[in-house]
Structures are given as structure tokens and as C-alpha cells.
Design a protein around this ligand. Structure first.
Ligand SMILES: [Zn+2]
Length: 413
């Protein structure tokens, strides 16, 4: 009996030793990934949290029970640079669009002041790096849709002065001068005025964002822009055939001019089965947003809640398939294999999209670093993907802006 117990114990030790041997490398990677993640600039180029600033139940400084972003959860997920998106419905045009955009720009600035212990407003890549070295979260702004300039180039300049650092040329609908990927072509890409806007964005140091635009608008912008472009929140069409995503040819052309694709986590942009089922169920993302708009009217809080909850509900009811957060890694990896690690980054669409299982909010971001490390990505490449690439593109845009502002002959004013 004693011998049996001894053998059993010996067996336990052998078992434990085997487990320890198997587990050791995994823990070592997890530990190394954790250190890398929490020492890096983790920058997200697209978060719709701004619209939540107008809700009485939301507080950026507290841990909220819903949504994807707030300061405590950003701290927990190691997210230390964020582009707050300025967004209004693409069918609002002219002066009301400008006014609503200004409301949101003002709300971003007011929240940064309110939470200045944690947040610092940044206009340059250098300021983002300084914020990081001081342990602060860098707050930046992007305008999601050219309709918000009210067809007036002076408003674009004003947005630049207020700290806007990128503008998406269109949203779901065509604006006055750019075709959207989810609308019927009206301008054959960019109009002449649209090209003038792109040049003025270069001059102001406002990055040209080609997420949402039609393929023709993308190629027109690429040809016109003197600085590298960004796709602030787009994924890969080769893995999920959605017009909102970029084809391999587009990603290659973007990268060839130094640009960066920031991968979007929205389920219908990253998973073909989900996209197909969603198209069948609700007619796709644009039709679904239209339906939400009808149901909610001007109640932005109701709209945001529907965007966040409807996908979850349909999945829980078995009407839509589950999507794993690992699809995000597949999209990053596809783009990296296509154009290299210098041209890929993160543009979650948190608070504006339906998140895959396992990426319920920004506290899950360290998983991305760990997954890339397990795939064999170097620390340098991971740092670039987490934020370094976007900062490089931002610096290139700043350089082009300085050159254009000191060369009177090329001035667009
Ligand atoms: Zn968007």
C-alpha cells in the first residue's frame, strides 16, 4: 500500500513536471507579451466613444457597465492613444452638419480637460510620444465623413486648427465631392473639389482617411495626396468580401505610398459567414443602420445601444454565427504577409461596431500582442503594429504640411 502511494506520488511528480515543462514556454511568452504590450504605445485610430459623451448615463472617467471604452478600461487594456471619432449621419449636410461636428469636437476637448490627470490632447506624433512617456493617455480626433465640412474648405481649415488629425473622405453615403463604398457612384470617385480638399488636408497636416470610400475614390485620393494615406478602420476583402474592406491590390497600392491599414474588428467586416448571415437577416450593415435610425430618430443613445446590442442578441438567438476575436489576428496577419509589418495597425471601431467573442471591450487588447508573439512576430514589428506605424505616417504628414506651408507657389488658399 505504502509502495502504491509512493508510486502514485512519484507519478504525480512526473505528471506535474511534464505539465510544468509544457507550460513553461507558454507562460514565458505570456509574460514577455504582457511586458511588451504595457511598455508600448498602443494606438487605436477609430473609436466612436465621442457620441457617448452626450449620454447622461456615460462617464469617461468611470468604469461603465456597457460599451467598449472608458479610462479605467483603457488603463487595464494598455490602450494609451485614442482617436475619438467625430461622426454624424452622412445624410446631414451643410451648416447643421458643421454645427453637430463642432458640438462633438468641443465635447472631446471638454472631456480631456475634465480628465486631465489621465488624458492629454495631442496634435503631433511627438506629442503622443511625450504623453506616453508621462504615463498619460493621448487623445486625438478624426472626423468621420467629409459631409461635416459643409462643402466649405474653410471649415476644413478650422477643423485642423481645432486639432483634427484625420478626415475620412466619406461615410456610408456619398458626400458632395466623394463617392462612398456603400452608395451608388455619383462622382466617379473624387470630384475636382474633392481633389482640392485632399490637397488642403495635406497642407493642414490632416491625414487623408480612405476607410468607407469607394474603390475609385481611394485611387483618386492616392494619386492626389502628397502624403501617405491611412485606412483608419478597414479590414481585408480577401478574407471577408465586404465593400468596406480593402482588396489586396488596394492594400498594396496604399503601402507602396507609405500608408497604413488599421484593422477594423466589426464582425461583418472580418468574418465571411457572419457577413453572409447578416446580409440575409438584415440586408447588411447600411440597411441595418437605416432601420436603427428609423427606430431611434434623433436619440443618439438609443442608436448607439442598438448598434452595440443587436448583433449580440441575434447571435444569442442563433440567427447569426459566433465570431472569434482571432479573426482580427487573421486580418492583421494577411495584411502583414501582403505588404509587411510597416503598413498595418489597429482601428477597432470600438463603441461603433459589433465586437467578436473574446474582444468584448478594450481590456482584451493585450491578447492581440500575445497572439502576434505566438505567431513569431518580432517585438519591433509588434510595436509598429500597435502604434508605431501610425505615428510614422503622422510624422510624414506633418513634414508634407510644413513643406507646403513654406512653399507659397503650391499654396491652395
Ligand atoms: Zn466607420
Amino acid at each position: 500500500m505504502k509502495r502504491a502511494i509512493t508510486l502514485l506520488c512519484l507519478g504525480c511528480v512526473v505528471c506535474l513536471a511534464a505539465l510544468t515543462v509544457r507550460k513553461a514556454p507558454a507562460d514565458a511568452i505570456a509574460d514577455r507579451a504582457h511586458k511588451l504590450h504595457f511598455s508600448s504605445i498602443v494606438l487605436d485610430t477609430h473609436d466612436d466613444t465621442t457620441q457617448r459623451f452626450f449620454s447622461k448615463s456615460f462617464d469617461l472617467g468611470k468604469r461603465n457597465p456597457d460599451g467598449h471604452i472608458d479610462i479605467p478600461r483603457m488603463r487595464e487594456g494598455g490602450m494609451n492613444a485614442i482617436f475619438f471619432s467625430i461622426w454624424i449621419d452622412g445624410r446631414i449636410m451643410g451648416p447643421p452638419a458643421v454645427q453637430k461636428a463642432l458640438d462633438q469636437i468641443d465635447a472631446v476637448h471638454e472631456n480631456v480637460i475634465k480628465y486631465s490627470n489621465d488624458l492629454v490632447f495631442c496634435r503631433t506624433a511627438e506629442e503622443v510620444r511625450r504623453a506616453h512617456s508621462q504615463g498619460k493617455i493621448a487623445a486625438l480626433m478624426g472626423v468621420e465623413g467629409g459631409h461635416m465640412i459643409g462643402n466649405d474648405i474653410r471649415v476644413l481649415r478650422m477643423f485642423g486648427d481645432l486639432g483634427v488629425r484625420y478626415m475620412t473622405l466619406s461615410h456610408f453615403y456619398n458626400d458632395e465631392w466623394a463617392d462612398s463604398s456603400t452608395d451608388k457612384p455619383a462622382h466617379n470617385g473624387l470630384t475636382d473639389f474633392g481633389k482640392q480638399i485632399v490637397t488642403e488636408m495635406n497642407r493642414q497636416g490632416i491625414m487623408v482617411d480612405i476607410s468607407h470610400v469607394s474603390d475609385k475614390t481611394f485611387y483618386d485620393a492616392l494619386e492626389t495626396s502628397k502624403a501617405p494615406l491611412i485606412a483608419s478602420h478597414s479590414s481585408c476583402r480577401a478574407l471577408c468580401n465586404h465593400v468596406r474592406d480593402m482588396s489586396d491590390d488596394m492594400i498594396k497600392a496604399l503601402a507602396a505610398k507609405g500608408g497604413v491599414i488599421q484593422i477594423n474588428y466589426e464582425k461583418s467586416f472580418i468574418d465571411q459567414a457572419y457577413k453572409d448571415a447578416s446580409d440575409k437577416l438584415s440586408g447588411g450593415v447600411v440597411a441595418q443602420f437605416d432601420q436603427f435610425k428609423k427606430e431611434c430618430g434623433d436619440d443618439d443613445e438609443c442608436f448607439a445601444k442598438k448598434v452595440a446590442d443587436e448583433g449580440k442578441r441575434a447571435t444569442a438567438e442563433g440567427k447569426l454565427p459566433h465570431v472569434s476575436w482571432e479573426r482580427i489576428i487573421d486580418h492583421i496577419d494577411h495584411a502583414v504577409k501582403l505588404v509587411g509589418a510597416d503598413h498595418v495597425g489597429l482601428g477597432s471601431d470600438f463603441d461603433g461596431a459589433s465586437m467578436p467573442d473574446g474582444m468584448e471591450d478594450c481590456t482584451h487588447l493585450p491578447q492581440i500582442t500575445e497572439a502576434l508573439m505566438r505567431k513569431g512576430y518580432s517585438d519591433d514589428d509588434i510595436r509598429k503594429i500597435l502604434g508605431g506605424n501610425l505615428l510614422r505616417v503622422m510624422e510624414q504628414n506633418e513634414r508634407v504640411s510644413r513643406e507646403m506651408q513654406t512653399a507659397p507657389a503650391s499654396a491652395a488658399r
